[in-house]
Design a protein around this ligand. Structure first.
Ligand code: HAM
Length: 423
Protein backbone atom coordinates (compact mmCIF):
# COMPACT_ATOMS: atom_id res chain seq x y z
CA UNK A 1 0.00 0.00 0.00
CA UNK A 2 1.40 3.44 -0.93
CA UNK A 3 1.46 5.82 2.02
CA UNK A 4 -0.75 8.95 1.77
CA UNK A 5 1.49 11.94 0.95
CA UNK A 6 1.71 14.31 3.90
CA UNK A 7 -0.70 17.26 3.81
CA UNK A 8 0.81 20.69 3.37
CA UNK A 9 0.76 22.74 6.57
CA UNK A 10 0.54 25.96 4.54
CA UNK A 11 -2.81 27.74 4.09
CA UNK A 12 -4.10 27.99 0.49
CA UNK A 13 -2.02 30.43 -1.55
CA UNK A 14 -2.83 34.06 -0.74
CA UNK A 15 -4.77 33.18 2.45
CA UNK A 16 -3.37 33.91 5.87
CA UNK A 17 -3.12 32.10 9.18
CA UNK A 18 -3.11 34.33 12.23
CA UNK A 19 -0.87 32.97 14.98
CA UNK A 20 -1.08 34.73 18.37
CA UNK A 21 1.76 37.12 17.44
CA UNK A 22 -0.14 38.05 14.26
CA UNK A 23 -3.32 38.56 16.27
CA UNK A 24 -1.53 41.19 18.36
CA UNK A 25 -1.22 43.33 15.19
CA UNK A 26 -4.65 42.46 13.93
CA UNK A 27 -6.28 43.38 17.24
CA UNK A 28 -4.33 46.62 17.43
CA UNK A 29 -5.63 47.61 13.99
CA UNK A 30 -9.22 46.37 14.51
CA UNK A 31 -9.44 48.08 17.94
CA UNK A 32 -8.23 51.37 16.43
CA UNK A 33 -10.75 51.07 13.56
CA UNK A 34 -13.64 50.39 15.94
CA UNK A 35 -12.68 53.15 18.36
CA UNK A 36 -12.34 55.75 15.60
CA UNK A 37 -15.61 54.75 13.91
CA UNK A 38 -17.53 54.94 17.19
CA UNK A 39 -15.84 58.23 18.14
CA UNK A 40 -17.09 59.69 14.85
CA UNK A 41 -20.65 58.44 15.31
CA UNK A 42 -20.65 55.55 12.83
CA UNK A 43 -22.93 52.58 13.55
CA UNK A 44 -21.79 49.00 12.98
CA UNK A 45 -23.38 46.73 10.36
CA UNK A 46 -22.40 43.38 8.87
CA UNK A 47 -23.40 40.88 6.19
CA UNK A 48 -22.42 37.42 5.06
CA UNK A 49 -19.19 37.03 3.10
CA UNK A 50 -21.15 35.07 0.46
CA UNK A 51 -22.97 37.41 -1.95
CA UNK A 52 -24.90 36.89 -5.17
CA UNK A 53 -22.50 37.00 -8.11
CA UNK A 54 -24.87 39.16 -10.11
CA UNK A 55 -24.65 42.02 -7.59
CA UNK A 56 -20.85 41.96 -7.56
CA UNK A 57 -20.16 41.49 -11.25
CA UNK A 58 -20.11 44.74 -13.17
CA UNK A 59 -19.28 44.78 -16.84
CA UNK A 60 -17.05 47.84 -16.75
CA UNK A 61 -13.67 46.18 -17.26
CA UNK A 62 -12.64 46.78 -13.66
CA UNK A 63 -9.92 44.51 -12.34
CA UNK A 64 -11.99 43.63 -9.28
CA UNK A 65 -14.79 42.06 -11.37
CA UNK A 66 -12.27 39.67 -12.90
CA UNK A 67 -10.86 38.68 -9.51
CA UNK A 68 -14.06 37.33 -7.94
CA UNK A 69 -14.00 33.88 -6.32
CA UNK A 70 -17.31 32.43 -7.47
CA UNK A 71 -19.14 29.12 -7.38
CA UNK A 72 -22.55 27.55 -7.76
CA UNK A 73 -24.40 26.17 -4.76
CA UNK A 74 -26.14 22.79 -4.94
CA UNK A 75 -29.25 24.44 -6.38
CA UNK A 76 -27.31 26.18 -9.13
CA UNK A 77 -27.38 29.68 -7.56
CA UNK A 78 -24.41 31.73 -8.73
CA UNK A 79 -22.66 32.95 -5.60
CA UNK A 80 -19.35 34.59 -4.75
CA UNK A 81 -17.07 35.55 -1.89
CA UNK A 82 -17.32 39.34 -1.78
CA UNK A 83 -14.25 41.18 -3.14
CA UNK A 84 -15.43 44.42 -1.46
CA UNK A 85 -18.27 45.55 0.78
CA UNK A 86 -19.70 48.48 -1.18
CA UNK A 87 -22.20 46.55 -3.39
CA UNK A 88 -23.51 44.72 -0.30
CA UNK A 89 -23.89 48.02 1.54
CA UNK A 90 -25.77 49.48 -1.44
CA UNK A 91 -28.05 46.42 -1.49
CA UNK A 92 -28.74 46.69 2.26
CA UNK A 93 -29.52 50.41 1.97
CA UNK A 94 -31.75 49.88 -1.07
CA UNK A 95 -33.68 47.17 0.81
CA UNK A 96 -34.59 49.64 3.58
CA UNK A 97 -34.56 52.90 1.67
CA UNK A 98 -38.01 53.92 2.88
CA UNK A 99 -37.27 53.28 6.55
CA UNK A 100 -33.79 54.69 7.05
CA UNK A 101 -33.18 58.17 8.46
CA UNK A 102 -30.64 59.63 6.07
CA UNK A 103 -27.82 60.37 6.16
CA UNK A 104 -26.72 57.03 7.59
CA UNK A 105 -23.17 56.61 8.85
CA UNK A 106 -22.24 52.94 8.95
CA UNK A 107 -19.03 51.01 9.44
CA UNK A 108 -17.94 47.40 9.29
CA UNK A 109 -14.80 45.27 9.27
CA UNK A 110 -15.34 42.90 6.35
CA UNK A 111 -13.21 40.02 5.16
CA UNK A 112 -12.89 40.31 1.38
CA UNK A 113 -11.51 37.91 -1.24
CA UNK A 114 -9.85 38.77 -4.53
CA UNK A 115 -8.00 36.41 -6.81
CA UNK A 116 -5.07 38.86 -7.11
CA UNK A 117 -1.62 38.47 -8.53
CA UNK A 118 0.37 38.15 -5.33
CA UNK A 119 2.65 41.11 -4.76
CA UNK A 120 3.80 42.97 -1.67
CA UNK A 121 0.76 44.28 0.18
CA UNK A 122 -1.65 42.19 -1.91
CA UNK A 123 -3.18 38.97 -0.61
CA UNK A 124 -6.12 36.94 -1.86
CA UNK A 125 -7.98 37.64 1.35
CA UNK A 126 -7.90 40.73 3.53
CA UNK A 127 -9.95 42.52 6.14
CA UNK A 128 -11.26 45.89 5.13
CA UNK A 129 -12.57 48.65 7.40
CA UNK A 130 -15.43 50.30 5.55
CA UNK A 131 -16.97 53.58 6.63
CA UNK A 132 -19.70 55.03 4.47
CA UNK A 133 -22.05 57.99 4.69
CA UNK A 134 -25.13 57.50 2.58
CA UNK A 135 -27.61 60.29 1.89
CA UNK A 136 -25.39 63.35 2.15
CA UNK A 137 -24.36 65.47 -0.82
CA UNK A 138 -22.12 67.98 0.85
CA UNK A 139 -18.38 67.65 1.15
CA UNK A 140 -18.84 67.57 4.93
CA UNK A 141 -19.34 63.82 4.43
CA UNK A 142 -15.97 63.37 2.71
CA UNK A 143 -14.21 65.37 5.42
CA UNK A 144 -15.94 63.43 8.22
CA UNK A 145 -14.74 60.15 6.67
CA UNK A 146 -11.20 61.41 6.16
CA UNK A 147 -11.04 62.77 9.73
CA UNK A 148 -12.29 59.44 11.11
CA UNK A 149 -9.71 57.55 9.04
CA UNK A 150 -6.98 59.86 10.38
CA UNK A 151 -8.25 59.17 13.92
CA UNK A 152 -8.02 55.44 13.19
CA UNK A 153 -4.42 55.80 12.06
CA UNK A 154 -3.56 57.81 15.17
CA UNK A 155 -5.20 55.25 17.43
CA UNK A 156 -3.01 52.47 15.99
CA UNK A 157 0.15 54.51 16.59
CA UNK A 158 0.79 55.98 13.13
CA UNK A 159 2.51 59.40 13.39
CA UNK A 160 0.72 62.19 11.44
CA UNK A 161 3.90 62.91 9.46
CA UNK A 162 4.14 59.29 8.28
CA UNK A 163 1.31 59.45 5.72
CA UNK A 164 -0.42 61.65 3.18
CA UNK A 165 -3.97 61.46 1.86
CA UNK A 166 -4.02 62.27 -1.86
CA UNK A 167 -7.29 63.82 -2.97
CA UNK A 168 -8.75 64.40 -6.41
CA UNK A 169 -12.15 64.96 -7.96
CA UNK A 170 -13.21 62.78 -10.90
CA UNK A 171 -15.65 65.55 -11.81
CA UNK A 172 -12.67 67.89 -12.29
CA UNK A 173 -11.02 65.40 -14.61
CA UNK A 174 -14.33 65.02 -16.44
CA UNK A 175 -14.52 68.81 -16.93
CA UNK A 176 -10.93 68.89 -18.20
CA UNK A 177 -11.49 65.94 -20.53
CA UNK A 178 -14.64 67.61 -21.87
CA UNK A 179 -12.65 70.84 -22.44
CA UNK A 180 -10.19 68.74 -24.43
CA UNK A 181 -13.03 67.54 -26.63
CA UNK A 182 -13.37 64.05 -25.11
CA UNK A 183 -17.06 63.20 -24.87
CA UNK A 184 -18.52 62.10 -21.55
CA UNK A 185 -19.38 58.57 -22.73
CA UNK A 186 -15.63 57.88 -22.87
CA UNK A 187 -14.83 59.23 -19.41
CA UNK A 188 -15.43 56.05 -17.38
CA UNK A 189 -13.10 54.03 -19.64
CA UNK A 190 -10.51 56.85 -19.62
CA UNK A 191 -10.57 56.88 -15.79
CA UNK A 192 -10.00 53.13 -15.59
CA UNK A 193 -7.16 53.34 -18.13
CA UNK A 194 -5.48 56.27 -16.35
CA UNK A 195 -5.77 54.49 -13.01
CA UNK A 196 -3.35 51.88 -14.39
CA UNK A 197 -0.60 54.54 -14.63
CA UNK A 198 2.53 53.32 -12.87
CA UNK A 199 1.23 49.72 -12.98
CA UNK A 200 1.55 49.23 -16.76
CA UNK A 201 3.68 51.17 -19.32
CA UNK A 202 2.23 54.43 -20.71
CA UNK A 203 2.20 52.91 -24.22
CA UNK A 204 -0.26 50.26 -23.03
CA UNK A 205 -2.44 52.97 -21.47
CA UNK A 206 -2.31 54.89 -24.75
CA UNK A 207 -3.38 51.71 -26.54
CA UNK A 208 -6.34 51.33 -24.14
CA UNK A 209 -7.36 54.95 -24.79
CA UNK A 210 -7.11 54.45 -28.55
CA UNK A 211 -9.19 51.27 -28.25
CA UNK A 212 -11.84 53.46 -26.57
CA UNK A 213 -11.89 55.58 -29.74
CA UNK A 214 -9.64 58.49 -28.68
CA UNK A 215 -7.48 59.94 -31.46
CA UNK A 216 -3.73 60.62 -31.24
CA UNK A 217 -4.30 64.25 -30.14
CA UNK A 218 -6.91 63.37 -27.51
CA UNK A 219 -4.56 60.76 -26.03
CA UNK A 220 -1.74 63.33 -25.84
CA UNK A 221 -4.08 65.87 -24.20
CA UNK A 222 -5.23 63.25 -21.68
CA UNK A 223 -1.64 62.54 -20.61
CA UNK A 224 -0.99 66.30 -20.41
CA UNK A 225 -3.79 66.66 -17.86
CA UNK A 226 -1.95 64.32 -15.52
CA UNK A 227 0.92 66.86 -15.44
CA UNK A 228 -1.28 69.29 -13.47
CA UNK A 229 0.30 69.68 -10.02
CA UNK A 230 -1.69 72.33 -8.17
CA UNK A 231 -5.26 73.56 -7.81
CA UNK A 232 -4.13 76.86 -9.41
CA UNK A 233 -2.90 75.02 -12.51
CA UNK A 234 -6.17 73.10 -12.58
CA UNK A 235 -8.08 76.41 -12.28
CA UNK A 236 -6.15 77.80 -15.24
CA UNK A 237 -7.45 74.90 -17.36
CA UNK A 238 -10.91 74.38 -15.88
CA UNK A 239 -11.78 78.06 -15.42
CA UNK A 240 -12.35 79.87 -12.13
CA UNK A 241 -16.04 78.95 -12.09
CA UNK A 242 -15.44 75.17 -12.16
CA UNK A 243 -17.86 73.48 -9.73
CA UNK A 244 -15.51 70.51 -9.30
CA UNK A 245 -12.70 72.82 -8.29
CA UNK A 246 -14.99 74.65 -5.85
CA UNK A 247 -15.80 71.29 -4.20
CA UNK A 248 -12.10 70.51 -3.81
CA UNK A 249 -11.41 73.95 -2.33
CA UNK A 250 -14.30 73.53 0.11
CA UNK A 251 -12.95 70.11 1.14
CA UNK A 252 -9.45 71.48 1.84
CA UNK A 253 -10.89 74.43 3.82
CA UNK A 254 -13.08 72.19 6.00
CA UNK A 255 -10.16 69.79 6.50
CA UNK A 256 -8.28 72.73 8.00
CA UNK A 257 -11.06 73.18 10.58
CA UNK A 258 -10.91 69.45 11.34
CA UNK A 259 -7.18 69.59 11.91
CA UNK A 260 -6.24 67.14 9.14
CA UNK A 261 -5.23 69.59 6.36
CA UNK A 262 -1.51 68.96 7.02
CA UNK A 263 -1.98 65.38 5.73
CA UNK A 264 -4.04 66.23 2.64
CA UNK A 265 -2.60 66.92 -0.82
CA UNK A 266 -4.24 67.50 -4.17
CA UNK A 267 -3.14 64.85 -6.68
CA UNK A 268 -4.79 64.74 -10.09
CA UNK A 269 -3.35 61.28 -10.75
CA UNK A 270 -5.49 59.67 -8.03
CA UNK A 271 -8.39 58.24 -10.00
CA UNK A 272 -9.20 54.85 -8.38
CA UNK A 273 -9.80 51.57 -10.15
CA UNK A 274 -13.50 51.17 -9.41
CA UNK A 275 -15.98 52.47 -11.97
CA UNK A 276 -18.68 53.68 -9.55
CA UNK A 277 -16.90 56.79 -8.22
CA UNK A 278 -18.47 60.03 -9.41
CA UNK A 279 -16.75 62.86 -7.50
CA UNK A 280 -14.10 63.23 -4.84
CA UNK A 281 -11.68 60.29 -4.73
CA UNK A 282 -8.78 59.77 -2.34
CA UNK A 283 -5.99 57.38 -1.44
CA UNK A 284 -3.62 57.40 1.54
CA UNK A 285 0.04 56.45 1.21
CA UNK A 286 3.02 56.35 3.55
CA UNK A 287 4.91 59.64 3.09
CA UNK A 288 7.95 57.93 1.61
CA UNK A 289 5.79 55.98 -0.86
CA UNK A 290 7.51 52.70 0.01
CA UNK A 291 4.21 50.79 0.20
CA UNK A 292 0.94 50.50 -1.70
CA UNK A 293 -2.16 52.50 -0.76
CA UNK A 294 -3.13 52.25 2.91
CA UNK A 295 -6.75 53.12 2.16
CA UNK A 296 -8.87 54.45 -0.64
CA UNK A 297 -12.37 55.68 -1.26
CA UNK A 298 -14.56 58.37 -2.67
CA UNK A 299 -18.00 59.55 -3.67
CA UNK A 300 -20.32 57.22 -5.55
CA UNK A 301 -23.61 59.05 -6.08
CA UNK A 302 -25.01 56.68 -8.74
CA UNK A 303 -24.39 53.21 -7.30
CA UNK A 304 -27.77 52.99 -5.57
CA UNK A 305 -29.60 53.70 -8.84
CA UNK A 306 -27.34 51.27 -10.74
CA UNK A 307 -28.61 48.44 -8.56
CA UNK A 308 -32.22 49.60 -8.77
CA UNK A 309 -32.51 51.80 -5.67
CA UNK A 310 -33.67 55.42 -5.46
CA UNK A 311 -31.06 58.10 -6.26
CA UNK A 312 -28.96 58.55 -3.12
CA UNK A 313 -25.60 60.30 -2.74
CA UNK A 314 -22.91 58.31 -0.95
CA UNK A 315 -19.28 58.47 0.04
CA UNK A 316 -17.04 55.97 1.74
CA UNK A 317 -13.70 54.37 2.27
CA UNK A 318 -12.06 50.94 2.34
CA UNK A 319 -9.00 50.56 4.56
CA UNK A 320 -7.25 47.16 4.43
CA UNK A 321 -5.33 45.45 7.20
CA UNK A 322 -2.36 44.28 5.08
CA UNK A 323 -0.52 47.42 4.03
CA UNK A 324 -1.06 49.36 7.25
CA UNK A 325 0.57 46.58 9.30
CA UNK A 326 3.55 46.57 6.94
CA UNK A 327 3.88 50.36 7.33
CA UNK A 328 3.51 50.20 11.13
CA UNK A 329 6.09 47.40 11.45
CA UNK A 330 8.48 49.41 9.29
CA UNK A 331 8.01 52.53 11.43
CA UNK A 332 7.65 51.09 14.92
CA UNK A 333 9.37 47.69 14.75
CA UNK A 334 8.09 44.12 14.35
CA UNK A 335 7.28 43.67 18.03
CA UNK A 336 5.62 47.04 18.66
CA UNK A 337 2.17 45.49 19.00
CA UNK A 338 3.26 43.27 21.86
CA UNK A 339 2.20 45.62 24.65
CA UNK A 340 2.47 43.73 27.91
CA UNK A 341 -0.36 43.56 30.39
CA UNK A 342 -1.77 41.30 33.06
CA UNK A 343 -0.15 38.94 35.52
CA UNK A 344 1.41 35.50 35.16
CA UNK A 345 1.04 33.35 38.29
CA UNK A 346 3.13 30.26 39.03
CA UNK A 347 4.02 28.02 42.01
CA UNK A 348 6.89 25.88 43.15
CA UNK A 349 5.30 22.68 44.60
CA UNK A 350 1.88 21.00 44.28
CA UNK A 351 1.10 22.18 47.84
CA UNK A 352 0.97 25.81 46.56
CA UNK A 353 -1.47 25.11 43.74
CA UNK A 354 -4.47 26.18 45.85
CA UNK A 355 -2.82 29.46 46.89
CA UNK A 356 -1.92 30.22 43.26
CA UNK A 357 -5.41 29.33 42.03
CA UNK A 358 -7.03 31.46 44.75
CA UNK A 359 -4.81 34.44 43.90
CA UNK A 360 -5.63 34.07 40.18
CA UNK A 361 -9.33 33.93 41.04
CA UNK A 362 -9.16 37.10 43.19
CA UNK A 363 -7.21 39.02 40.54
CA UNK A 364 -9.54 37.88 37.73
CA UNK A 365 -12.58 38.91 39.80
CA UNK A 366 -11.01 42.36 40.02
CA UNK A 367 -10.80 42.48 36.21
CA UNK A 368 -7.10 41.66 35.87
CA UNK A 369 -6.07 39.22 33.16
CA UNK A 370 -4.18 36.29 34.66
CA UNK A 371 -2.18 33.53 33.00
CA UNK A 372 -2.18 30.82 35.69
CA UNK A 373 0.43 28.07 35.32
CA UNK A 374 -1.22 24.67 35.19
CA UNK A 375 1.60 22.76 36.79
CA UNK A 376 4.40 23.37 39.32
CA UNK A 377 7.60 24.88 38.00
CA UNK A 378 11.15 25.57 39.06
CA UNK A 379 11.73 29.32 39.61
CA UNK A 380 14.10 29.57 36.63
CA UNK A 381 11.67 27.80 34.34
CA UNK A 382 8.80 30.04 35.51
CA UNK A 383 10.63 33.36 35.12
CA UNK A 384 11.96 32.41 31.72
CA UNK A 385 8.40 31.67 30.54
CA UNK A 386 7.17 34.87 32.24
CA UNK A 387 9.79 36.95 30.41
CA UNK A 388 8.66 35.57 27.05
CA UNK A 389 4.94 35.94 27.86
CA UNK A 390 2.54 38.86 27.31
CA UNK A 391 2.32 39.50 31.07
CA UNK A 392 3.53 42.78 32.54
CA UNK A 393 4.10 41.30 36.01
CA UNK A 394 4.60 37.93 37.69
CA UNK A 395 3.87 36.24 41.01
CA UNK A 396 5.70 33.05 41.91
CA UNK A 397 4.45 31.31 45.05
CA UNK A 398 6.73 29.13 47.19
CA UNK A 399 6.15 27.41 50.58
CA UNK A 400 7.43 30.43 52.54
CA UNK A 401 5.01 32.79 50.81
CA UNK A 402 2.05 30.66 51.83
CA UNK A 403 3.15 30.60 55.47
CA UNK A 404 3.73 34.40 55.40
CA UNK A 405 0.35 34.97 53.69
CA UNK A 406 1.95 37.21 51.03
CA UNK A 407 4.02 36.83 47.86
CA UNK A 408 6.01 39.19 45.64
CA UNK A 409 4.43 40.83 42.61
CA UNK A 410 7.30 41.50 40.25
CA UNK A 411 7.18 44.07 37.47
CA UNK A 412 8.84 42.18 34.63
CA UNK A 413 10.13 45.33 32.89
CA UNK A 414 11.52 47.28 35.87
CA UNK A 415 12.17 44.25 38.15
CA UNK A 416 10.55 46.22 41.01
CA UNK A 417 8.73 44.11 43.59
CA UNK A 418 5.73 44.76 45.80
CA UNK A 419 3.95 42.54 48.35
CA UNK A 420 0.67 40.95 47.30
CA UNK A 421 -1.53 39.26 49.97
CA UNK A 422 -2.53 35.62 49.50
CA UNK A 423 -5.69 35.91 51.59
P1 HAM B 1 -10.19 49.35 -2.95
O1 HAM B 1 -9.25 50.45 -3.26
O2 HAM B 1 -10.36 48.30 -3.97
O3 HAM B 1 -11.59 50.03 -2.62
O4 HAM B 1 -9.77 48.67 -1.60
C1 HAM B 1 -9.65 49.46 -0.43
C2 HAM B 1 -8.43 49.04 0.37
O5 HAM B 1 -8.51 47.65 0.66
C3 HAM B 1 -7.09 49.21 -0.33
O6 HAM B 1 -6.60 50.52 -0.19
C4 HAM B 1 -6.25 48.22 0.47
O7 HAM B 1 -5.94 48.77 1.74
C5 HAM B 1 -7.22 47.09 0.71
N1 HAM B 1 -7.10 46.01 -0.29
C6 HAM B 1 -7.77 45.87 -1.46
N2 HAM B 1 -7.41 44.73 -2.10
C7 HAM B 1 -6.50 44.12 -1.32
C8 HAM B 1 -5.75 42.90 -1.40
N3 HAM B 1 -5.87 42.07 -2.43
N4 HAM B 1 -4.89 42.59 -0.42
C9 HAM B 1 -4.74 43.41 0.64
N5 HAM B 1 -5.42 44.57 0.79
C10 HAM B 1 -6.29 44.92 -0.17
C11 HAM B 1 -12.73 49.31 -2.33
O8 HAM B 1 -12.77 48.14 -2.13
C12 HAM B 1 -13.96 50.19 -2.15
N6 HAM B 1 -15.14 49.31 -2.05
C13 HAM B 1 -13.81 51.09 -0.94
C14 HAM B 1 -14.98 51.96 -0.71
C15 HAM B 1 -15.88 51.86 0.33
N7 HAM B 1 -15.37 52.98 -1.48
C16 HAM B 1 -16.48 53.50 -0.97
N8 HAM B 1 -16.79 52.84 0.12
Amino acid sequence: MTPTPPLSFEPPRGMRDFYPEDMLWRNRVFDAWRRAAVAYGFQPYDACVVESLELLQRKSGEEVSEQIYHFEDKSGRKLALRPEMTPTLARMIAARQGQLAFPVKWFTIAQCFRYERMTRGRKREHYQWNMDIVGEESVSAEVEILAAAAAGLKAMGMPDAAYKIRVNNRALLAELLANSGIASEHHAAVFLALDKRGKIPDEEIAALLKAEGLGEEAVAKTFELLGVQTLEQAAALAGAGSPALATLRELFALAETCGIADRLVFDISVIRGLAYYTGIVFEAFDTERKFRAIFGGGRYDSLLTTIGGAPTPAVGLGFGDVVVVEVLKDLLGETAAAEKSGVIVGYMFPEQRDAATRLARTLREKGESVDLMLTRQKPKQFFSRAGASQAASAVFIGPDDVSKGAAKLKNLATREEADIPLG
